[in-house]
Design a protein around this ligand. Structure first.
Ligand code: MGP
Length: 216
């Protein structure tokens, strides 16, 4: 539990008053000095497409945070996704999970994928990504938030993508709950169908599309 901070205000420069009045004590609310903790610690990653390097070498950790204040400080400090060059990604993942298919927590997982039209970069991309971040740090999926590993935004000339990655493509209950809440939070109309695909299928796909394991 938070304890109150007692600020001792000395009556500076007046030793007589200091003696007679001792010191004034003020109790400051903990809200003033304690940052608001998040349930999880998160890491923000950046990917820049340098074709002379491997995919993994292009992935860089930006920073980690575990309070509401540090989340906003970081968010306000970095470029909006719509200002990034095509080929760049941001990824926000729980601390300890790398934003790649190979991580133990992603290997048997998959993603709810939001594909955007080129026109949507202007009106939807940044607000969809911020809402996605808020779903993650705010643990918006109730008991199923434990299944969430992170989220990725791909800025691409052919059409941008945003996805929430979950840990187990066989956990139907968690996946369907997360998909339903996520679609609602983004305000995606019911007639628009979003799909969930396993990373295993995405990584081995032959054509341009991966089959959906679930839809919402
Ligand atoms: P991408 O960046 O997820 O999508 O994957 P993009 O650029 O829209 O391409 P498309 O194929 O979906 O149309 C691009 C490529 O990056 C993949 O084909 C992989 O070669 C590589 N890549 C992407 N991810 C997420 C991973 C990963 O997790 N691990 C590894 N090893 N390579 C990845």
């Amino acid at each position: 539990m938070a304890t109150a901070l007692v600020v001792v205000v000395a009556v500076a420069g007046n030793p007589e008053k200091e003696k007679s009045e001792k010191a004034t004590q003020k109790v400051v609310s903990p809200n003033v000095y304690i940052k608001h903790p998040l349930q999880n610690k998160w890491a923000l990653w950046f990917f820049k497409n340098d074709k002379s390097k491997t995919w993994q070498a292009n992935l860089r950790l930006i920073s980690k945070f575990d309070t509401v204040e540090d989340f906003w400080a970081l968010y306000n400090h970095i470029q909006l996704s719509s200002n990034l060059m095509s080929g760049c990604d941001y990824s926000l993942f729980k601390d300890g999970i790398e934003p790649m298919w190979e991580d133990e927590r992603n290997r048997r997982g998959g993603r709810w994928l939001i594909t955007l039209s080129k026109q949507q970069r202007k009106c939807d991309l940044d607000r969809f990504w911020l809402e996605t971040l808020l779903c993650l740090v705010g643990e918006a999926f109730d008991d199923y938030s434990d299944d969430v590993c992170g989220a990725v935004i791909n800025v691409r000339a052919k059409g941008d993508k945003i996805a929430i990655w979950t840990t187990d493509y066989e956990n139907k209950e968690a996946i369907t709950h997360i998909g339903r809440v996520y679609k609602e939070r983004l305000g995606v109309p019911p007639r628009v169908i979003i799909g969930y695909q396993s990373h295993a299928d995405t990584a081995t796909k032959s054509g341009s599309s991966t089959k959906n394991k679930f839809v919402a």
